[in-house]
Design a protein around this ligand. Structure first.
Ligand code: 13P
Length: 399
């Protein structure tokens, strides 16, 4: 159960004056270190996967591990796509297990950003998934020196942020008020006045990117002015790199595992420091009691085929599998044939939706309608169809 609705999680943080850490992970050491810290602190946590990091790991390979870690945790967890580059990225992330997505169209102008973000919001909300948008520009790249990535901070404008939230319907807004991704160049100066005005005007959870390098007092002021999600990566990466360098210096004859020793521990220590500083420690039980559990729905159809030979049936099933798997919110399409010849129903579809909202959006999706009306219903007269909400989704059921 501890995978929870991220909108509920961040609303709780916003209402109670603390921030949840969204820690970007690039390996199993990061994943385990972040979860260890959240468990030790009894804190909610967001496991964040940045599209700019997908060159370092295979997103589809790591996601089952991320989801397993989330589902077996005892603290509330959400899984988030960080800096999604397009609508297609957001669909892929949701279908692979993210239950929050960020669309980052902040590099294009206001009108285009609004247009792209709205298309992601329409798709994601139809899957029950909340969306983070960004207005203004936070320069730099996670894990790199900010000074190596040119571009000035473009501050979020108050007028634009009101129009952007109204027109797109985003659930959370990432604001640019002086932070940069990666290591800070000099002492960061943050525009708290601007943040306060945006928070007063919008009244939705705000997000800060570029958490590395801010002072304790800056974090406190950010949270006091509506920041409920803080993105954090470079400091975790630096802590791991420092540990690896120490291991290299002290290991006489060490191999791969010797050189990586204790990286998970130092990642956990830095994560735990942030969790305590940002006020999310000890909040797990309240969130579990108050937030929607993120459990899938199984859309089950059992049916008989009339008017197609074996080859035609298998071809219809494989086309259907390809078409239906691509519909937003579909986690998995299982197809099967009865083991016993005399079964009352010969075939089955088991379509896993990420959230109950997908029952309607899937039924109304043009690709589903076209497949069902033209290829499936004409030959599958006899059928039973039922949607089941998973009562308790265990790690081994997730994929
Ligand atoms: P830092 O790498 O500066 O902590 O920022 C992380 C971030 O904003 C990810 O989106």
């Amino acid at each position: 159960m501890p995978l929870v609705n991220m909108k509920d999680m961040l609303q709780h943080a916003y209402d109670h004056g603390y921030a949840v850490g969204a820690f970007d992970l690039v390996s199993l050491d990061f994943l385990q270190g972040i979860i260890d810290a959240a468990e030790r602190s009894h804190a909610p946590v967001i496991l964040s996967l940045a599209e700019s990091h997908f060159e370092y790991f295979d997103f589809e390979l790591i996601m089952p591990a991320v989801e397993t870690a989330a589902r077996r945790a005892t603290v509330p967890v959400a899984i988030h796509l960080d800096h999604g580059a397009s609508l297609a990225s957001a669909v892929q992330a949701i279908n692979t297990g993210c239950n929050g997505v960020m669309v980052d169209a902040s590099a294009v102008g206001f009108t285009e950003n609004t247009h792209i973000t709205k298309s992601v919001v329409d798709m994601a909300h139809a899957c029950g998934v909340p969306v983070e948008g960004e207005l203004g520009y936070v320069p730099g790249v996670e894990g790199e020196d900010a000074e190596r990535h040119p571009g000035d901070v473009a501050y979020t404008s108050l007028e634009e942020s009101t129009a952007y939230v109204e027109q797109t319907g985003v659930d959370f807004l990432a604001v640019s008020i002086g932070t940069v991704h990666g290591r800070m160049k000099g002492k960061p100066r943050l525009d708290f006045q601007r943040l306060k005005q945006i928070n007063d005007a919008l009244g939705i959870p705000l997000v800060i990117h570029g958490g590395t390098g801010l002072s304790d007092d800056q974090f406190r002021q950010l949270i006091a002015n509506g920041v409920a999600k803080i993105n954090y990566y470079t400091a975790l990466s630096d802590a791991a790199a420092k540990q690896i360098k120490n291991n290299i210096n002290s290991a006489n004859n060490g191999g791969y595992t010797t050189l990586l020793e204790n990286t998970r521990r130092v990642i956990a220590e830095e994560t735990e420091r942030c969790i305590h500083l940002w006020g999310s420690a000890g909040r797990a039980a309240e969130i579990l009691a108050q937030c929607e559990a993120w459990n899938p729905v199984e859309h089950l159809i059992i049916y008989n085929i009339d008017g197609l030979d074996n080859h035609g049936t298998k071809s219809m099933i494989s086309k259907g599998k390809r078409i239906l798997s691509a519909i937003p919110g579909v986690r998995k399409v299982f197809t099967g044939e009865a083991v016993k010849q005399d079964a009352s129903f010969r075939y089955t579809w088991l379509v896993r939706f990420c959230h109950p909202a997908v029952i309607d959006s899937y039924r109304e999706h043009p690709d589903h309608i076209s497949f069902a009306d033209n290829m499936f219903r004409p030959v599958a007269g006899e059928r039973i169809s039922i949607d089941y909400l998973a009562l308790d989704s265990q790690p081994d059921e997730v994929r």
